[in-house]
Ligand binder design. Structure first.
Ligand code: VGL
Ligand code: ZN
Length: 198
């Protein structure tokens, strides 16, 4: 078996003090750095939006952050402006070791469509290319960690399982937003998809 560690969105805006702060988002950083030493392939993802991204509530007059809206591809939570490309908020947490990464993959860079998953945009069909990268390297097993458990980690884990990878999510190295029960729903969805929760 060949194993990769996928580190989801450990960026300043998802850590305390950031625009879309996940409670305790920063406490997982040392554990993730340590795990990088044990897995031969490390991939980092980076949420990377233009300043006028359609997932931002500020692009929808009258809408508030955390409202739900309908996009052509389905329901979409509207977020505070976050991870604007090139900004400090979009940078990795300064404590995260980025040198061990073989690949950094960016997502959410098209204005019209959000991308929670590291594999597909939110239409669930436009690929990011990560599947091809991992499969051409012969990687069969994935461990996922990062932010946020109930959005980008959960979407990535379900897609990875659907693509045939053996997937483990290290819940101790993830933290959640937990919006209206999204954490329980995400755990159920990951279990149903055959993801191992550790
Ligand atoms: C995320 C909301 C918006 C995440 C990214 O990384 O979980 N959540 N963009
Ligand atoms: Zn985002």
């Amino acid at each position: 078996m060949t194993h990769a560690l996928i580190v989801i969105d450990v960026q300043n805006d998802f850590c305390p003090g950031g625009a879309l702060a996940v409670p305790e988002g920063d406490v997982i950083v040392p554990g993730i750095n340590a795990l990088m030493q044990q897995i031969p392939c490390v991939v980092l993802t980076q949420d990377w939006h233009p300043a006028d991204h359609m997932s931002f509530a500020s692009e929808h007059p009258g809408a508030a952050a955390y409202d739900l809206t309908e996009m052509p591809y389905g329901p979409q939570v509207l977020w505070p402006d976050h991870c604007v490309w090139g900004s400090r908020g979009a940078a990795f947490h300064p404590g995260l070791h980025t040198d061990p990464a073989d690949l950094i993959i960016r997502k959410g860079f098209r204005r019209e469509i959000d991308s929670y998953s590291a594999f597909f945009e939110n239409d669930r069909s436009t690929p990011t290319g990560l599947e091809g990268y991992l499969k051409t390297r012969g990687i069969t097993h994935l461990t996922l960690v990062g932010l946020a458990t109930d959005f980008c980690v959960a979407y990535s884990a379900q897609d990875a399982a659907r693509l045939g990878f053996d997937v483990t999510v290290r819940l101790d190295l993830c933290r959640a937003i937990d919006l209206n029960g999204s954490m329980d729903a995400a755990l159920d969805a990951m279990r149903a998809a055959g993801v191992r929760l550790a």
